[in-house]
Each structure stands twice: as structure tokens, then as C-alpha cells.
Design a protein around this ligand. Structure first.
Ligand SMILES: NC(=O)c1ccc[n+]([C@@H]2O[C@H](COP(=O)([O-])OP(=O)(O)OC[C@H]3O[C@@H](n4cnc5c(N)ncnc54)[C@H](OP(=O)(O)O)[C@@H]3O)[C@@H](O)[C@H]2O)c1
Length: 323
């Protein structure tokens, strides 16, 4: 099978396309013919080992897993002897999570992993761009939005993989959504449900005024100290790409003696329950995956450059079979 591989950390040139052995599913596994995958911010960070701590689990001197890629969509090619509920020919989408390996024409994963049926109304390209952005936005926003209508939500990075889902979830749950991105993407985020937009090239954040209940920074372009004045006292600052500083701020802001807005960081656990939840809303048309661009596997280096630019729109999809 064809796959994109990297054997050392570095720039996009360390990723090349080669031929690898097709995986063999064991008794509990499902072999998937991958039709489409994505290149995410997680992929380029892993390829660069950025931050350096990535090496602690991905391989100290060189990557242990040479094939990047988390999320995918495709067709069940074979199932192990003990697998029930999935059949050859099923259209599915899912994620290999931190195990990675989805930038390949076939993946094998356990049947009880993050793997669900692809709704009929979605193409494979759309289905590839669900888990990374959708499960992340869902994990961060659900506790603060789902059962609390009429919240005021600010999405920083509203046009990226996580941001496009954050805007849509906000709209779906009845929030008043303001999105920050460049003017190039204002029509897009408005079409997804943003009622107000801010062009960060003119001003990084909206003017303080009517306070927000929730600020979600999907791209790490703000800070808690700058967003504090935008937030209600009971508000939360959701830091999707938070580093040590934000994790420390989370601890401090949750101390019994502290008052005012709180910081929340999380490590997202991509799982089948969330994938199924997303599939249901995608099937009803309440959510739509945004595919900014589709490239061929042979264009994988170009895909990495675009993802690393920090300006990709929605999901950057890679088609595994078309040239
Ligand atoms: N906590 C977790 O477990 C977890 C899970 C998944 C992802 N993440 C993290 O989430 C982050 C988001 O990833 P992503 O894939 O959504 O990013 P992305 O798709 O690369 O986001 C790019 C978007 O950010 C916008 N942008 C760039 N500069 C901006 C600025 N100064 N202000 C506002 N918007 C700006 C761009 O808009 P323009 O093109 O208009 O400039 C572009 O549409 C990554 O850092 C990733 O590591 C964390």
C-alpha cells in the first residue's frame, strides 16, 4: 500500500510517499481501506516534535510511528474473527488518535476503537474531517454550552479545524457567537453561525463591552490575561492549545480562594461515543464538515506546508487513491 512516512523529525521534506506492507487485522480488528484523511495541526507538530516534549511519547531521537495521520474515512475491507457489528463494505469514519498511521491506504484498528458508520449524506472527504476538529470542539464546549442557552461565545480561530466546529456548536446550542479570523474567512464563519466577526489583522480581539461567558482560543493566539477583561466574572477561558502557562493558570483559577473567570485546558480523548454523537448531528445537517482543500497523497509535503502555515481553512483533506 502507498503511505506517507517520516523517519526523522524536521520540516515537510522529511515526509515522503513510499510503499509499505498492508496491515493484517487480528481477531478484534477491522481493516479499513482509507479513502481520505487529513493533515492537521497535530500532524505537523508531531513531524517537527514541537513542543520538544512530543519526543517523550513519540520517540526520543526518531519517531517510533513513521506514518502520521489520525482521522480517516473509508470502507471496511476485512474484519477479524471476533468482530461483530461491522461488515465488509461498510462506509465508516474514525480516528487512530495518538497511535496515528492514517496517512496510508489501509489502517487496522480495534473494532471498539474510535470508528463509526459514515452518514449517507457525507462524502469521504467530508467524513475525514470530523473527529480532530469536531471532537475537540465538543469536548471543550459541551460542559458550558449544551444545557445553557443564550451564552455569549467568542471563538478565536473560528475558521480552522476546531474553530469551524466551535462556531457551529455554538450556533446549534443557541449561543451568540463572535468569531475571530482574517477577513478572508468572514463569509465562511458567518455562514456557519457567527453573528459577529473580528478581523485579527485589524485588532486581535473584540473591544471589551458586553462580556462573554465563554472564550475558546482554538489556535493559541491569545492569552488569559488579555481575554480576562472580555469575560464575565463567572466566565471561562477555554485554551485548546494551552501550554504549561495555561495549565498553571487553570490550577490557580480553580483554587477556592480565587475569584473571577476560570481557565480550562484539556487533553481530548477521541472516542466512539463522541464520534457517534457527531455523526448523528452531521446526518441531520446540524453540523457540516468544512473542507478547505483536498490534495492527493503525492502532494503530502504541500499539505504539511499549508497546515503548518496556521492559515488553513477548516480541514485539509488528503485523498489516498486519486492522483
Ligand atoms: N487539547 C487537545 O487535546 C487538542 C486537540 C486537538 C487540537 N488541539 C490544538 O488545537 C489547535 C487548533 O488546531 P486547528 O487544527 O483548529 O488549527 P488550524 O486549522 O490550523 O487553524 C488555522 C486557523 O486559525 C486562524 N488564525 C490564524 N492566526 C490567527 C489569529 N491571530 N487570530 C485568530 N485566528 C487566527 C486562521 O484563520 P485565517 O486563515 O483567517 O488567518 C486559520 O483558519 C492546535 O494547536 C492543536 O494542537 C488540541
Amino acid at each position: 500500500m502507498r503511505a506517507a512516512v517520516f523517519y526523522h523529525y524536521g520540516d515537510e521534506n522529511c515526509v515522503t510517499v513510499t510503499t509499505l506492507k498492508k496491515p493484517k487485522p487480528s481477531a478484534n480488528d477491522v481493516l479499513v481501506k482509507v479513502m481520505a484523511t487529513t493533515v492537521t495541526s497535530g500532524d505537523w507538530r508531531m513531524r517537527r516534535a514541537d513542543p520538544w516534549a512530543v519526543r517523550l511519547f513519540a520517540g526520543l531521537f526518531k519517531p517510533r510511528q513513521p506514518v502520521l495521520g489520525t482521522e480517516f474515512s473509508g470502507v471496511v475491507e476485512a474484519v477479524g474473527a471476533d468482530v461483530t457489528g461491522l461488515h465488509v463494505g461498510d462506509r465508516i469514519f474514525g480516528s487512530k488518535g495518538m497511535k496515528m498511521g492514517a496517512h496510508a491506504q489501509y489502517v487496522s484498528l480495534t473494532a471498539d476503537g474510535c470508528l463509526v458508520e459514515l452518514p449517507d449524506n457525507l462524502t469521504y472527504e467530508q467524513g475525514a474531517g470530523v473527529i480532530f476538529g469536531g471532537a475537540t470542539a465538543l469536548t471543550f464546549l459541551r460542559p458550558y454550552l449544551e444545557s445553557r442557552p443564550a451564552q455569549r461565545l467568542l471563538v478565536i480561530g473560528g475558521s480552522g479545524a476546531v474553530g469551524t466546529y466551535a462556531v457551529q456548536l455554538g450556533r446549534m446550542w443557541g449561543a451568540h457567537v463572535t468569531a475571530v479570523c482574517s477577513a478572508r474567512n468572514h463569509d465562511l464563519v458567518r455562514s456557519l453561525g457567527a453573528e459577529q466577526v473580528v478581523d485579527y489583522e485589524k485588532q486581535p480581539l473584540p473591544d471589551p463591552g458586553n462580556p462573554f461567558d465563554i472564550v475558546i482560543d482554538t489556535v493559541g493566539k491569545s492569552s488569559f490575561s488579555k481575554c480576562r477583561e472580555l469575560l464575565a466574572d463567572s466566565g471561562v477561558y477555554l485554551s485548546v492549545s494551552g501550554g504549561l502557562r495555561e495549565w498553571g493558570q487553570m490550577l490557580l483559577s480553580h483554587c477556592p480562594l480565587s475569584s473571577g473567570p476560570r481557565v480550562v485546558c484539556r487533553i481530548v480523548d477521541e472516542n466512539a461515543n463522541d464520534a457517534k454523537w457527531l455523526a448523528d448531528y452531521l446526518e441531520r445537517g446540524d453540523l457540516t464538515p468544512v473542507v478547505g482543500q483536498t490534495l492527493a497523497l503525492e502532494e503530502i509535503q504541500k499539505a504539511h506546508v499549508i497546515a503548518e502555515s496556521g492559515h488553513k481553512v477548516g480541514n485539509l483533506v488528503v485523498n489516498l487513491w486519486e492522483t
